[in-house]
Design a protein around this ligand. Sequence first.
Ligand SMILES: Cc1cc2nc3c(=O)[nH]c(=O)nc-3n(C[C@H](O)[C@H](O)[C@H](O)COP(=O)(O)OP(=O)(O)OC[C@H]3O[C@@H](n4cnc5c(N)ncnc54)[C@H](O)[C@@H]3O)c2cc1C
Length: 304
Amino acid sequence: MNKVYDSIIIGAGPCGMRIALEFKKKDVDFLILEPGTPGGKVNVAPRVDNYPGFKEIPGPDLAVALFMRLMDAGIELVPEQVLSLTKKDNFIIKTDYNTYEAKTVVICSGTKEKKIGLEKEDELFGHGLSYCALCDGHFFKGQDVIVIGGGNSALKEAIHLTHVAKKVYLIHRRNEFRGSVKLVDELRNSSNVEILTPYVPSKLLGEDKVTGIEIAHRETGEKKIIELQGIFPAVGQIPNTQFVDIPCVLDDYKNVPVTMKTMETSCENLFAGGDVLPRDIRQIYLAEHDGIVIAKNICERLGK
Ligand SMILES: Cc1cc2nc3c(=O)[nH]c(=O)nc-3n(C[C@H](O)[C@H](O)[C@H](O)COP(=O)(O)OP(=O)(O)OC[C@H]3O[C@@H](n4cnc5c(N)ncnc54)[C@H](O)[C@@H]3O)c2cc1C
């Protein structure tokens, strides 16, 4: 191992792709590591209605458009997953295939879905239980499904499902939703939706495939069984930061705090942006904003 890159970007979601485009303009010697589909979470967004230049665009179409910009700029993704990030003089990144060294690193590896934590969740995954309505919603055409959660993602997943499923239940543990009022109104106006609050899931029903769900009222403890074929948990995110092996970079929730002005972490020359940050709102434009700030600061640091 002798080559030392100027910078290595971990993840090719909107944050990582934006940084790569800025780096390319400034001739930074960098790698962008991405084991999955370029575009990250944008690929599973049923519809994006807050991205400049588009009134509304399906997430996968936007992901392709972003990726095409990378291709046009001649940027190639390295299809490798980061397994560890440590620091000696430089940063050392081990992937499933290689070891790399870099002067600066950006963690923009996003998040993965939090599980609801009930028995049979793993067994029923792929057999009626899915964490992505856009990817799997069409399997539930004319069937009854439930979405669990109260944020924008849960609301959008439920709205998407109203166009496919016969009936969509939405349960949320509080009476108020964290998501936008506009989305809640849109959902309430759908003819095939039933919103139940404050309810939590208490049992997943079905042996080889989902046949229903038991839900419990949070105040009275009353339980209800709903027969249905699809369960879509949308209860939050866990940061993809398990590979970070540098002290004090992660907070208690495994997010990566940064100084907002520079997007630098507590470790010098280690930056982070997008959904891995501890923030309430996780959006594409925020990830891109972070990417631009990070690229500017790294370029200044490298004298580019
Ligand atoms: C259902 C849904 C709907 C949404 N709708 C909207 C919307 O309408 N508008 C909006 O603005 N936002 C929306 N969002 C949020 C938006 O998609 C995210 O905020 C945005 O994609 C975050 O970008 P990011 O670059 O930080 O992370 P991500 O997009 O999550 O990208 C991170 C990338 O890092 C990669 N990665 C992970 N671990 C590793 C590793 N160990 N090594 C290398 N690479 C790794 C992942 O494969 C991924 O490609 C939605 C999200 C969801 C789930």
